[in-house]
Write a protein that binds this ligand. Structure first.
Ligand SMILES: O=P(O)(O)OC[C@H]1O[C@H](O)[C@H](O)[C@@H](O)[C@@H]1O
Length: 452
């Protein structure tokens, strides 16, 4: 079986010779600390051997639940935010038809995402769309208390029950949450919903290979066994005994760390040349942003879709402040084949492309961009996937997870917490007079009055 591959040569050329090799001992120590559970945040290492520990019976249970939703629903709404949403969306969009919601062939339910914003128009338009649809809901929240998701779920639950009756609604509402804590658990147990547990030791942004990602992905009609197999194979290929020279995840972690530490490259742009990979970039942003952005440290993770954004961000990347490097996710073979036609009149002057595959043009854009950006002082890392399928996406997800664990430890932060996310929530609850926030409400009102 082929594997995803990594090319760091166009990044290491910006570093002093021997820089990567000099990290060998440090990386080994980090790999051991992860394996032995002696690193910071060691109560959140459940993702490390997750792929290899998933049993066929468990995948069958997830698949059976997905099959029920697939049979009974035209639309499945996945309610979740952050780690409870981005992984599923990333995989479903990477593997699905770009126009899935328009060409609904009735073989698969349409998968919609909600609970990831508080847009009133969004929710009004969603609930309006669902009015005459047989829809189900997967309510995903590790804490079970996230406002965006809980607010959306309340609306969807009421609507589903009103449209299908309380009994039938029970068959098409599934909860994925903590085993014991949180409102989502209380509700699921009281209503008798099918539910799955998010293990305590798997943080949200590392949870795509738990039912958080697997159930929606299976609902969309994709092969979760192949996805998990890809991740398990990458787990093996990047394990603690795999030395830096052979370990592509460790190499990625080291090269980005060295660019940050030694070249002051403070921004990493994850780039795709396939619009389907947009949400892989969004998932990656959370993974690296929440893991590394703390203690006033951390590379800022940004994402671009090329060639689209070359026409908007290309100028900045080529000639703006030299604080960036690029990581390109390249797909070697497209799944479909399309040739440019010849045109007798050649009014658009494009006959030089006649007979070529669209992907050939895309690949030349990719190569041309790489050369131009490297010439412009932007180190370039490239991750290649042989093609877009469940197996290679599974590899990619685990590759980024383990690399993130290594990278965060090289940086010296706890990569598995996210204390900073609470600050806005505390203010929002205080402003909304949430019970239990009386003192904060008073303080924030006084502060706002003083600022007037
Ligand atoms: O799964 P939940 O508990 O609803 O959390 C959803 C997301 O929101 C939080 O605020 C965290 O910053 C994320 O790490 C998390 O993935």
């Amino acid at each position: 079986m082929k594997s995803i591959s990594l090319d760091i040569t166009k990044a290491t050329q910006f570093l002093k010779p021997g820089t990567i090799e000099a990290y060998e001992e440090k990386v080994k120590a980090v790999q051991e600390a992860l394996e032995n559970g002696t690193c910071p945040g060691n109560d959140f290492l459940g993702w490390l051997h997750l792929p290899s520990s998933i049993t066929p019976a468990f995948l069958d249970e997830v698949q059976a639940c997905a099959n029920t939703l697939r049979e009974k629903c035209e639309v499945v709404v996945v309610a979740g935010i952050g780690g409870s949403y981005l992984g599923a969306r990333a995989v479903i969009e990477a593997l699905g038809n770009s126009f899935a919601w328009l060409v609904n062939d009735k073989k698969n339910p349409a998968i919609l995402f909600a609970g990831n914003n508080i847009g009133e128009d969004y929710l009004a338009e969603l609930t309006d769309y669902l009015k005459d649809k047989k829809f189900g809901v997967i309510n995903i929240s590790k804490s079970g208390t996230t406002t965006e998701t809980a607010l959306t779920f309340r609306l969807l639950k009421k609507q589903c029950e009103a449209q299908r009756g309380k009994e039938e609604a029970k068959d098409v509402i599934v909860a994925i949450t903590d085993a014991k804590k949180g409102a989502a658990r209380t509700c699921a147990d009281k209503e008798g919903y099918k539910s799955f547990v998010i293990p305590d030791n798997v943080g949200g942004r590392f949870s795509v290979l738990t039912p958080v990602g697997l159930l929606p992905i299976a609902c969309a009609g994709f092969d979760i066994k192949a996805l998990v197999q890809g991740a398990a194979d990458m787990e093996k290929a990047t394990g603690k005994d795999v030395a830096l020279q052979e370990n592509i995840a460790a190499q990625y972690a080291v090269v980005r760390h060295a660019l940050y530490r030694e070249m002051d490259k403070k921004i990493e742009i994850i780039v795709n040349f396939q619009p389907k990979l947009h949400f892989i970039g969004e998932w990656w942003k959370q993974l690296y942003g929440e893991s590394e952005g703390k203690d006033h440290l951390g590379i800022f993770p940004a994402a671009c879709d090329f060639t689209t954004d070359l026409h908007s961000m290309g100028q900045w990347i080529q000639e703006g402040e030299r604080s960036i490097f690029e990581t390109v996710i390249s797909v070697e073979q497209p799944n479909k084949k399309m040739l440019f036609p010849k045109d007798e009149e050649n009014l658009d002057g494009l006959n030089f492309l006649a007979g070529k595959r669209v992907d050939e043009v895309n690949k030349m854009a990719e190569l041309g961009t790489r050369l131009a950006h490297v010439d412009g002082g932007v180190p370039n890392i490239r991750i290649s996937l042989p093609e877009l399928n469940e197996y290679y996406i599974g590899q990619l997800l685990y590759f980024f997870e383990i690399a993130c664990g290594i990278s965060g430890n090289l940086l010296g932060v706890n990569p598995f917490n996210q204390p900073g996310v609470e600050a806005y929530k505390k203010n929002m609850f205080a402003l909304l007079n949430k019970p239990g926030y009386e003192a904060e409400s008073k303080a924030i009102q006084e502060r706002l009055a003083n600022e007037k």
